[in-house]
Design a protein around this ligand. Structure first.
Ligand code: MG
Length: 231
C-alpha cells in the first residue's frame, strides 16, 4: 500500500438521512425513561455525540450530568426503538453520490474508509444496516467511546493505523461531515476537512468554518478528485 488516505465519515445527514427515525427513537426513550417530553427539540443535536446530548439534556432537566446507569438504560431503550422506527421510516435515504463514491473508494488500494460519528456504535450499525452500508466501514470512532467529537476521531485514526499497520499522518486524514462540529473536530486533530451541505447547513454556512473543501453533495466527484489529487 502507498501511504494511505483515511476518510472519516460522519453518519447522519452525511451518509444517510433516517427520515426522523433517530430523533423519534431518542425522544421516545427519554420520555419513557425520564419523563422528558420531546427533549431533542429544545437543543441542537446535529453534529453532536449521543453521549454529549444525553449529558446536556440531563443538565437541563435535572441539573447534573447523566449517571452511567441512566445512560445505559436510556440508550438500551433508544436502540430498541431505533430498530422499530427505522422499519417504518418513510423518508430514509442514502444521500446523493454516497454509494457510488464508497464503492469506488473501496476499490482504491490506498483509500481507507472509516466512521467518525457521534452515534453510539450500535446505533450507527443499526442505521447503516437497511441500506447495507456497514460493509464499507469495518471500524470507526463512535459517540459511545467519547463525549468529545475530536476524541472519537482520534480513536478512529488509531484503529486505521492498527488495520493498515502504518502510521497515518493527520494531513492524510479527511474528516467529512455536514456540520461545523465535524469541521471543528477535524481541525482539532490536524486533519483536512470536507463540509457537505446535505444536512441543516448550506455550503455558504459551512464555508464560514473554513473547511478545506465544501461540497453540495457527493455527486461532485470532479471537485473531490481534484482535491484528492493535491494530497
Ligand atoms: Mg451529521
Amino acid at each position: 500500500m502507498n501511504k494511505p488516505i483515511l476518510f472519516l465519515f460522519d453518519l447522519d445527514a452525511t451518509l444517510v438521512r433516517t427520515g426522523g427515525a433517530g430523533m423519534l427513537a431518542m425522544n421516545q426513550a427519554f420520555t419513557e425513561y425520564f419523563g422528558w417530553q420531546d427533549a431533542l427539540s429544545h437543543i441542537s443535536p446535529a453534529g453532536r455525540t449521543d453521549t454529549s446530548i444525553a449529558h446536556e439534556l440531563s443538565n437541563k432537566y435535572q441539573g447534573r450530568d447523566m449517571a452511567e446507569d441512566e445512560m445505559g438504560n436510556g440508550f438500551a431503550r433508544y436502540l430498541g426503538l431505533l430498530v422499530e422506527k427505522l422499519e417504518t421510516a418513510k423518508n430514509f435515504r442514502v444521500l446523493p453520490g454516497i454509494r457510488a463514491f464508497l464503492e469506488k473508494a473501496q476499490a482504491q488500494k490506498d483509500y481507507v474508509l472509516a466512521l467518525g460519528t457521534g452515534n453510539l456504535e450500535q446505533g450507527a450499525r443499526i442505521k447503516l444496516e437497511p441500506p447495507d452500508l456497514n460493509r464499507f466501514f469495518p471500524f470507526g470512532g463512535f459517540g459511545s467511546e467519547a463525549v468529545v467529537r475530536s476524541e472519537l476521531l482520534r480513536i478512529a485514526v488509531a484503529r486505521a493505523e492498527d488495520a493498515t499497520c502504518q502510521k497515518i499522518s493527520m494531513e492524510r486524514v479527511l474528516v467529512i461531515g455536514d456540520t461545523q462540529h465535524d469541521i471543528r473536530a477535524g481541525k482539532e486533530i490536524g486533519a483536512r476537512t470536507v463540509g457537505v451541505a446535505t444536512g441543516p447547513y448550506t455550503t455558504r454556512q459551512l464555508s464560514e468554518h473554513q473547511p478545506d473543501l465544501v461540497l453540495e453533495n457527493f455527486t461532485q466527484i470532479l471537485e473531490l478528485d481534484r482535491f484528492l489529487s493535491g494530497f
